[in-house]
Design a protein around this ligand. Structure first.
Ligand code: R5P
Length: 296
């Protein structure tokens, strides 16, 4: 029955100004609602940062150490991640569909580690990305490598594809075999990705001038982890990257190749979201490591 009460009970709150909230991520205010919503599944709105767990290495290097059995080694870590970067093969075969955070789907590939890595093509169709309800698509961009233009073109096509369904694109700045990994080179790569439409960018940390890489990139930068380091060093690197403007980390080997990956990802999360100092985070890692050891 409709409300027949003659008394006007409506309240228009005329004394309350309308809410005007800027979206919490750098450079993302003009994006559509669906794209912002997907980004909010990757980055925590309360901190504006993310701990993305990268496990896509197999797309070109096969069963990487620590990823031989994703069901055994990675699934127990999912509750500690804010987002997961992986291929559709591992997503469908191994990751529970109840995973509620952002899926960042590897969308480029082709060559194995036995070939020229920059010779990539797009490796997923928009329909499948939508079917998988992904939060972003990830594409490798090899500035300065043999197939530079092809990989930039992969990214620009993916950005166009992504806009059709409101799916953001993560430009992954890949460093070719002979490239010098310094702030000048990474600024060049990150800026190209952002200028050509990537809504977020992943790059490596460099000790000299990383703040110039983040400052000159108009969209959020996520730090890639790189080769396995001692835990304190990896936590220190993450801390410096966050202090110098990174919007989070996309770490793989420094988490899943740790002897105590659950302890490590929790320590990384404290650094990223609470800006915990590296030594304190390492102490936390050691405490959690003790519990992880007992639980085995
Ligand atoms: C490489 O480009 C892959 O996308 C990995 O996701 C990336 O290297 C991050 O993993 P890691 O922290 O092991 O370097």
């Amino acid at each position: 029955m409709p409300d027949t009460d003659a008394k006007d009970t409506k309240n228009y709150y005329l004394d309350v100004p309308p809410r005007k909230e800027a979206f919490f991520l750098k450079g993302s205010n003009a994006l559509d609602w669906g794209m912002q919503n997907r980004l909010a599944r990757i980055f925590r709105p309360d901190t504006g940062r993310t701990v993305m767990l990268a496990i896509d290495h197999g797309y070109m290097q096969g069963p990487t150490s620590g990823l031989e059995r994703v069901d055994v080694s990675i699934v127990p870590l999912l509750p500690y991640s804010d987002a997961l970067m992986l291929t559709r093969g591992v997503l469908r075969s191994t990751i529970p569909s109840s995973y509620g955070r952002g899926i960042v789907l590897r969308a480029s590939g082709g060559p194995s580690i036995l070939k020229e890595l920059s010779n990539e093509q797009l490796a997923v169709d928009l329909d499948d990305a939508v079917r998988l309800n992904v939060a972003a698509l990830a594409v490798q961009v090899y500035v300065g490598a043999d197939f530079e233009t092809q990989t930039v073109h992969n990214m620009t096509r993916l950005v166009d594809i992504g806009y059709r369904s409101g799916i953001p694109v993560l430009g992954v700045t890949a460093v070719g075999r002979d490239m010098v990994r310094d702030a000048r080179y990474l600024s060049l790569s990150c800026r190209i990705c952002a200028e050509l439409g990537a809504q977020l960018v992943k790059t490596y940390y460099v000790e000299e001038g990383f703040e110039t890489v983040t400052a000159s990139c108009p969209v959020p930068i996520i730090m890639a982890g790189g080769k396995k380091l001692p835990e304190l060093d990896a936590l220190t690197m993450a801390y410096h990257a966050i202090e110098q403007g990174a919007a989070g980390v996309d770490m793989g080997r420094n988490i899943f190749q740790s002897e105590f990956p659950a302890a490590m990802i929790q320590a990384v999360s404290k650094v990223v979201h609470e800006r915990m100092k590296p030594r304190e985070a390492f102490q936390l890692f050691q405490d959690l490591r003790g519990r992880e050891r007992i639980a085995r």
